[in-house]
Design a protein around this ligand. Structure first.
Ligand code: DON
Length: 304
């Protein structure tokens, strides 16, 4: 396996030249374009790591399936999906076009920015600090990593420049999708996106979902149904407007982030975390995408 991973990471490192590091959030541009690493965990307790697996990066959109889990625990599945849809858009992750044009007066799904902000607005807590603390504690629980924190520079940078997210949030308040304070919801969302992780943390979340919402101790945290909801939405919407092609080529429920992370779940088999900050035009890690495609082909991992 190690020799195999070595080969796959090396052959995809070349692709990182053709991608670009995100720079629309101040601080993200500092990442090294050529970095690429992976952590793969399996049901037998094996851990395989390669390349820049131990580098810290901000979780960004890979936080969306995790906040969705807590929102479902806090409010129930029906309430969450009374406010957010379950359909892929085929549009960019930060697109706002369908918010107004869609017949359903709610964001299309929890994996795009609008849907994720709506989900963050549902996290329970006395104030924005209390809400984020509960969310960070939940991240610590599912990664089984007590040391997680958020990157203040990236959080402040996004809060300062996140005008499009802010516009969508105010629009959703007008539509009745967001019921709590808009600014508090955005604060929770920007902070959750700034949580720093490594590929190991992402692979742990992947394993948590692969075990249908169980920690490595066997403790059950979310229901089988809630785990299924998250995995289905990762498969249909997790790679944004690249989700259809990704389903065809890779066939593994996955979620990407503009920090360069990808978290993948092979139900009852594996959790995979990848870091590669060079992104393709759709905002997905270009090297990470390639690694998953090769892994899926060579190990016949597609769920289809
Ligand atoms: O809201 C944003 O734009 C970022 N905090 C997260 C976007 C993201 O990661 C999209 N992923 N590919």
């Amino acid at each position: 396996m190690r020799v195999f991973l070595d080969k796959i990471v090396k052959q995809n490192k070349i692709k990182t030249k053709f991608g670009n590091v995100a720079n629309y959030i101040p601080g993200l541009e500092k990442a090294k374009k050529e970095d690429l690493g992976i952590c793969l965990l399996d049901m037998d307790g094996n851990k395989y790591v390669y390349g820049d697996y131990n580098k810290k990066f901000t979780i960004q959109s890979v936080s969306k399936p995790i906040s969705l889990m807590l929102a479902m625990l806090d409010n129930g599945v029906d309430y969450v999906f009374s406010k957010v849809g379950t359909e892929p858009t085929g549009d960019a992750f930060n697109s706002m076009i369908r918010l107004e044009t869609a017949i359903i007066k709610k964001p299309y799904n929890p994996m795009i920015n609008a849907g994720a902000i709506a989900v963050s607005s549902m996290i329970k807590g006395e104030n924005k600090e209390g809400k984020f603390k509960r969310l960070l504690d939940f991240f610590k629980l599912v990664t089984e990593n007590d040391t997680l924190t958020y990157n203040e520079e990236i959080y402040l940078g996004e809060n300062r420049t996140g005008n499009k997210n802010r516009a969508m949030a105010y629009f959703m308040k007008d539509q009745g999708v967001i019921e709590s304070s808009v600014e508090d919801s955005l604060d929770v969302y920007f902070k959750q996106c700034s949580i720093e992780v490594t590929t190991i943390d992402l692979a742990m979340v992947g394993m948590f979902l692969a075990r249908n919402g169980r920690l490595s101790t066997g403790e059950k945290i979310i229901s089988d149904y809630q785990a299924r909801v998250v995995k289905s939405l990762m498969m249909t919407c997790g790679m944004y407007d690249g989700s259809g092609e990704f389903a065809l080529k890779v066939g593994i429920p996955s979620k990407s982030g503009v920090g360069g992370g990808i978290m993948s779940v092979l139900p009852n088999k594996m959790g995979i975390g990848i870091y590669g900050p060079a992104l393709d035009k759709k905002g997905n890690s270009i090297g990470g995408d390639g690694i998953l495609e090769d892994l899926s082909k060579e190990l016949d991992l597609s769920i289809f």
